[in-house]
Design a protein around this ligand. Sequence first.
Ligand code: PHB
Length: 391
Amino acid sequence: MQGPRFPFRAALAAGLAVAALLPAARAQDTLKIGLVLPMTGQQATTGRQIDAAVKLYLAQNGATVAGRKIEVVLKDDASNPDQTRRLAQELVVNDKVVALAGFGITPSAMATAPIATQSKTPMVVMAAATSAITQASPFVVRTSFTLPQASVSIAEWAAKNGIKKAVTLVSDYAPGIDAERYFVDRFLLNGGTVPEKLRTPLRAPDFAPVLQKVRDLAPQALFVFLPSGQGAAFMKQFAERGLDKAGVRLIATGDVTDDDQLADMGDVALGVVTSHHYSAAHKSPANQKFVEAFRKANNGLRPNFMAVGGYDGMRVIVEGLKASKGAGGEALLAAMKGQIFESPRGPVLIDAQTRDIVQDIYIRKVEKVDGQLYNVEFDVQKGVKDPGKAR
Ligand code: PHB
């Protein structure tokens, strides 16, 4: 019975040869996602939060689509837009990523948009929040928020709550200019006055001179937008200059009372009213589960709104890839448009026309919950589209 054994052995050997090749074939077959984030420098908390959320989403939902492994290739752009563009180009050309994702600040997203257009690579903006970003390329999909979304709601709240005179203070770049414009327009429309519009530079801002001006102007309220990561330094100066004691009411977009830093801001933050799309204190089973899992995986770190942008962005990509059966380009883009789901922030929709996120905007007040500062939601505007698209 020698005969039959030989073909069996040959088949076995051939099988082994194929098996030996398999790891290489599989490696080629991975679905790569290029994640470009500021992991160092001024915006590093954004990078840390989003990276952790992307990892959590994949750990919870499996990292395989259509039999192919999803591989996230993380690159640090240190929020330098030239670096973002260069890294995105490499990810598209060398790594052949099916999607680009991340983008901690607007200039990074804007610098990368032409690459998404030229290479037809879907680009999921998980952090940056200037209205115009989605118009910079038909391949941009956003899972963060827009400054007009957040700023109009707090202007409405201020006007309805007896505030007639407000000064604005924003970071002097695109999202700050969006915040200033949409806050001021709505506040004036409701009969308010704005005696001064102040701005601070994005890099290494010094709040002392502008806060002195606010003191001199003595408005009822100061409206503030600063990018995630600058809130704690601002609050410290606000208290040191005695503005809280001088009766200037602080109102802001939720970027200022950022959950990443809020617990360490101290009592000066108590009572600050903000509007935003996400609070770690949002009361829903989905959010409770998200916050607990995020903390467990990250040494107790509280997720902020950047983390939710990353978590939902990963959801949009993975569900898109499932629908496109692993294809990238136009097929993946089409499968991202119109997705409806329950995020830890509440119900959301990726508007198929604008590719921007439609979501609830909450009015929140900083309060102590179990001895820790949180943004406690007390009012909501449902299903808010980016007001910036209407102009
Ligand atoms: C932005 O650059 O678009 C940006 C960054 C941080 C924020 C909001 C917007 O908190």
